[in-house]
Design a protein around this ligand. Structure first.
Ligand code: ADP
Ligand code: ZN
Length: 707
């Protein structure tokens, strides 16, 4: 392992070890080789070029299409004491000139630029006067003409290689598929580059999909209240209208929920995005337009109130949760109506046939994914050609296995109901017929005379809708092309109708009721330290505001969580915490150490207050039972208070317990003989065959083995 690289990782970034293939990638770049890197979001791609930029002589040039992010990235680097800058169209002439001068004068460790800049002669001229350590091409999938993010400027990036053949290049992306990967190599002339492909698993994300028929919003509210009350999150909706109404509704329930969609004035979009970045516990309610330029590491949940249109979209959108590697939830609620709407959109789309076919298949796969009863993560990774050998243990299906039931007969009834009514009706009508509803319309059509009329009374309307949804999802029924929502039979349903295939369906209603205990957010999860957690967050927020940066640029949640757990007392202990490097220690160390010290003091003085109260009562001559009932605490607590007074020398042992000297001496010997430094009383209690109770042992211990 190269010492220089590891040293930067530890002292500058404050991290103990490289993650995934970071070490290898960094080394091959330092050695001057090219690399193509595929890593999931949150995997830690930036370090792969940042550290070599620092180790190698010269400036690292990073090409990124996300202009909005450059500023944030540069600020984050400056916080680490790194000389980073960016050049893009948002800079004024003076700053541009300054940055260019710094570049030529070799003052920059890293320079971020937008791809179009490389097409200008003047910039090229600038580069030719510069010592360059490496080229990093971020979001490299933008060269792919087939992808959604195609950027014509990326095609031109081959000039880098032509003009600077000796400078190593690294292309990075989180877009997984093989075609894109091949295109990157070809178009960027990286045929000989080493390829580093990391697993696309995001183990910290818990995947959950729940059925909801009409009450998705209430389900969302329960989910947020129970599991993410003080967290940042993104809620995705399909339409602008739904975005607005959901944001408003969540606000009425007391959350800070802000809408975001392309129809809002850009000023407002910008404000909402900034608040999302800069404040704690802001929920953004958005159409899928939101997210591309967002690099917030502590998004704790992503919720879908509609079905994404493909597995790629699902992976990408849910992937915006938990970039910091801390537990996060990908939650989705969907129902029959979603399925019907999406199927209709597909059917009525005016796109080219070929395109439509692909889109339809993608949607089918997505629908299938919602209905599976096995591990979601296995299935998701499998879609991206990756194999996970074990069920993950961190998805809904793993955490509370789905019950299934043999729905063959029910399906046959539903299918024949479609058949008997001539494949001209939608779900509501079909359910009315099956449940034998007394309705004018049914009588008009004479369907009350059919043998399927009232044939399905064993289930209620809600259960039937669940059954129909799964039949549609599984392609046993198709939605009409005209858009009226009527259902018709498909080829696939024959085998079920003939009884040649058993149909196992999920038991939804039951499962919905078994409440799953999700992971709580930090603040609620650890009641003991929640005061410290809040104090640390408040300190971070103050520093963030003072420095004009988002809170996560000061420290990530994970770093605060570790502070909360280990409660460092000095600079060295603080430096040992992941995410604390030398520069941040210098800038913010004292502030956080002070918060922790204050917390400990309070805790201690609170503890000593209650001990004192017991001591006063005891000294005034009251017995232990009386003190306990007066103070409304347990007698064992009173004993432990008195024991700590004995320890402090404020009381003598014989003032508290009334025992013969030889008994005391036996206990004393026993405590010493079983002492392993843990101060556990059970070994002594057992060794003494339970002759003396724990209260007595505790007091003798206080006199024998002061802490
Ligand atoms: P990506 O660009 O791949 O989405 P980032 O480069 O933004 O991911 O890294 C994601 C998070 O992980 C960042 O907060 C980063 O500081 C952190 N990180 C990266 N490498 C390490 C490491 N070796 N140890 C601890 N944290 C790391
Ligand atoms: Zn699983």
């Amino acid at each position: 392992m190269d010492d220089a690289a590891l040293k930067y990782l530890r002292t500058t970034f404050g991290y103990a070890e490289f993650r995934l293939q970071q070490g290898e990638i960094i080394h091959s770049l330092i050695d001057g080789d090219d690399a193509v890197v595929l890593m999931p979001t949150g995997g830690g791609k930036s370090l792969c070029y940042q550290i070599p930029s620092l180790v190698r002589e010269g400036t690292g040039i990073i090409i990124s299409p996300l202009i909005a992010l450059m500023h944030d990235q540069v600020i984050a680097l400056q916080q680490l004491g790194i000389n980073a800058a960016y050049l893009n169209s948002t800079l004024d002439a003076e700053s541009t000139r300054q940055t260019e001068a710094d570049l030529i004068n070799g003052k920059l460790d890293m320079l971020y630029i937008a791809p179009e800049r490389l097409n200008t002669q003047s910039f090229f001229h600038l580069l030719q006067q510069t010592k360059i350590s490496l080229f990093a091409i971020d979001e490299a999938h933008c060269v792919s003409q087939w992808g959604h993010d195609f950027r014509p400027d990326y095609i031109q990036l081959t000039v880098l290689h032509e003009h600077f053949p000796e400078v190593p290049r690294i292309a990075l992306t989180a877009t997984a598929d093989k075609t894109t990967r091949k295109e990157i190599r070809k178009r960027l002339q990286l045929e000989n580059a080493r390829e580093f492909i990391s697993s696309f698993d995001r183990p910290n994300i818990c995947y959950r999909i729940t059925e909801s028929q009409s009450n998705a919003r209430s389900a969302l509210l329960r989910f947020i209240q129970n599991e993410h009350e003080n967290d940042s999150g993104i809620v995705y909706c399909l339409s602008r209208k739904k975005v607005e109404s959901t944001a408003q509704w969540l606000s009425e329930k007391g959350f800070t929920a802000l809408p975001y969609h392309a129809g809002l004035p850009s000023q407002q979009r910008e404000t909402h995005q900034q608040r999302f970045l800069n404040e704690d516990a802001v929920i953004i309610v958005a159409t899928i337009a939101f997210g591309m330029g967002i690099d917030k590491p502590d998004v704790r949940f992503v919720a879908h109130l509609n079905l994404p249109k493909s597995m790629e979209a699902y992976y990408q959108e849910t992937g915006r949760a938990g970039r910091d590697g801390q537990p996060a939830t990908a939650w989705m609620a969907f129902g029959l109506q979603d399925v019907i709407t999406l199927k209709q959109m597909m059917a009525t789309s005016t796109a080219e046939e070929q395109y439509k076919l692909v889109e339809r298949q993608k949607l089918e796969t997505m629908l299938g994914f919602t209905e599976i009863i096995s591990c979601r993560r296995q299935s998701l990774l499998n879609y991206f050609d990756e194999k996970l050998n074990q069920p993950c243990g961190n998805c809904d299906n793993c955490l509370s296995p789905v019950e299934t039931w043999d729905a063959t007969v029910a399906a046959q009834k539903a299918l024949s109901c479609v058949h008997r009514t001539n494949q001209r009706f939608g779900v509501s009508y079909l359910v009315d017929v099956l449940t034998g509803k007394d309705s004018e319309r049914i009588r008009q059509f004479g369907h009350d005379n059919l043998n399927v009329y009232g044939l399905g009374k064993e289930y209620d309307a809600k259960q039937w809708r669940t059954i129909f949804r799964q039949l549609i999802s599984r392609n046993l029924l198709a939605v009409d092309v005209e858009g009226h929502g009527s259902l018709r039979l498909t080829e696939n349903c024959r085998r079920v109708l003939r009884g040649e295939e058993t149909l196992l369906l999920r038991k939804e209603s039951k499962r919905a009721k078994t409440s799953r205990k999700g992971r709580k957010s930090y603040n609620t999860g650890n009641a003991v330290n929640s005061a410290l957690w809040e104090a640390l967050r408040a300190c971070r927020k103050t520093l963030a505001d003072e420095n004009g940066v988002p809170p996560f640029v000061i420290f990530h949640d994970a770093t605060l969580a570790e502070m909360m757990e280990r409660q460092p007392e000095n600079r060295q202990q603080l430096l040992n915490i992941s995410g604390v490097g030398e520069s941040k220690l210098e800038k913010y160390g004292e502030a956080f150490l002070q918060v922790i010290a204050e917390f400990k003091n309070n805790e201690h003085s609170e503890a000593s207050d209650t001990v004192n109260e017991t001591l006063q009562l005891f000294r005034s001559g009251q017995d232990i039972e009386t003190i306990a009932s007066k103070r409304n605490i347990k007698t064992s607590t009173v004993y432990s208070h008195l024991a700590s007074c004995i320890e402090q020398g404020e009381l003598n042992l014989d003032e508290v317990i009334d025992l013969k000297p030889q008994d005391i001496s036996i206990i004393h010997e026993t405590l010493l003989s079983v002492d392993d430094g843990s101060r556990k009383l059970k070994p002594a209690y057992d060794a003494l065959d339970g002759m003396f109770d724990y209260n007595i042992l505790r007091c003798v211990q206080a006199a024998t083995l002061p802490a």
